[in-house]
Design a protein. Structure first.
Length: 213
């Protein structure tokens, strides 16, 4: 009864066009976003991670959708993003070669302010789809850094340095790990997370992001 009343007073609307839709993403807009899929795998050299998989370019409708997912309490979009990562057959073949999925963490203060870690929600959903275990407490963010999007390239690297920590009592040595984040711009966050994971003994890292800027 309560759900019915809430839906009547505050009907669910499409995250892109704003039309009323019970799934929060109308069929037309979902198709528009799906047509933008790139699903590109890049071999990485001279970094602490070996490969990068991104699903979209960070532009147009995708940018709008990700920003609303992160900052407008639209956490339910985690289902859509996880499905977009896993729907591509080649993506699934690649991802299922790995042992564990780890999300890029948020600092506790930002987590409390936002209410959820958007990357962790996608990780949890992707773990269910692919039947690959996830551990959300392996990698911790111990420094409350300035938001990366507010900084330039070099400043991003110094801003994120020594911001992450791997819990020593969790076994990751010899594991092949998927490191999941939302947006890839300079790769500074991926590099720093991968650095501490490799120091903890991780064998190989595939960085997976929703979109590449």
């Amino acid at each position: 009864m309560l759900e019915f009343v809430l839906n009547f007073l505050f009907p669910p609307v499409c995250s892109v066009c704003g039309k009323v839709d019970k799934n929060w993403l109308c069929p037309n807009c979902q198709k528009r976003v799906e047509r933008l899929e790139k699903s590109c795998v890049v071999e990485i050299e001279h970094k602490k991670y070996e490969k990068l998989l991104y699903i979209f370019q960070y532009e147009s409708l995708v940018r709008k959708l990700i920003l609303r997912y992160k900052f407008s309490n639209q956490a339910y979009l985690n289902h859509f993003f996880a499905q977009m990562i896993a729907k591509n057959v080649e993506n699934r073949k690649l991802l299922q070669q790995y042992d564990l999925i780890i999300p890029v963490p948020m600092h506790q203060k930002k987590m409390q302010k936002r209410g959820y870690n958007q990357t962790e929600l996608v990780t949890n959903e992707l773990s269910k789809i692919l039947q690959i275990p996830t551990k959300n407490d392996v990698l911790l963010k111990v420094v409350n850094t300035v938001t990366q999007s507010k900084l330039g390239g070099k400043a991003r690297q110094s801003n994120i340095q020594h911001a992450f920590f791997v819990k020593k009592d969790i076994e990751v040595e010899g594991k092949k790990i998927i490191l999941l984040d939302d947006i890839y711009t300079t790769g500074a966050t991926s590099q720093e997370c991968s650095r501490v994971l490799k120091e903890a003994g991780v064998a190989e890292i595939l960085v997976v992001v929703l979109a590449k800027d």
